[in-house]
Design a protein. Structure first.
Length: 204
């Protein structure tokens, strides 16, 4: 890896990574491309195989292992990250399509509220409410909850939102709203009640 000056990072540097070795049985023609991603505020220029998912790029190339690989089919939510402010299953996104996108993983949540090194309020609430057991799903739960709060503030409805709610203003986050909006994130330990409590602490 080498560092060079670039326009995409606040520090003025772009981290460049050597390409993965191409398998001997790769088909002829170009199979890799150069992409630049802004991850947790830093720019990363990486040559990636066109088949590489964002999740694998984050974990295997950038050593950001907070995002977890669970089902690898977009069903469990353990790999949830924020892409341009929207929560997304990183196992379903091709890294090649993320060129010039702003990505926030669980490692970067603490910087979103301007606390400068402190935990994000949701991270503190999860700790205080004991909203996890094994912790494997927790990074995805946190990123999804941060994205959910943003969606509710902007008035985006869910399937349980009342017909008069969210029109021109925030959607009130009742327990039913929180459960529905976080229903794409599974917890095999069953910490759901404490997760709802943690979210309610943040919006209180």
């Amino acid at each position: 890896m080498e560092r060079s000056e670039g326009p995409h990072s606040g520090s003025g540097t772009v981290e460049r990574y050597a390409p993965w070795p191409r398998p001997k049985d790769s088909p002829p023609g170009p199979t890799t491309s150069q992409v630049t991603l802004r991850v947790n505020g830093s720019a990363h220029a990486v040559e990636v195989d066109h088949r590489t998912t964002l999740l694998d790029l984050l974990r295997e190339r950038l050593a950001l292992t907070g995002s977890k690989k669970g089902c690898d089919h977009g069903q469990c939510g353990a790999c949830t990250v924020l892409v341009d402010g929207r929560r997304s299953n990183s196992c379903l996104l091709l890294a090649i399509a993320m060129d010039d996108c702003d990505i926030v993983t669980v490692e970067g949540l603490a910087d979103l509220d301007g606390a400068d090194g402190d935990l994000h309020p949701l991270q503190r609430a999860f700790l205080e409410r004991d909203a996890f057991q094994c912790g494997y799903c927790t990074p995805g739960q946190l990123c999804s909850a941060v994205g959910m709060l943003s969606e509710a503030r902007s008035g985006e409805p869910s399937v349980v939102t009342g017909p008069q709610e969210g029109r021109g203003g925030p959607v009130p986050l009742t327990d039913d709203e929180i459960r529905e909006r976080l229903s794409g994130n599974l917890c095999r330990c069953g910490a759901y009640p404490h997760i709802v409590d943690a979210v309610r602490d943040v919006i209180a």
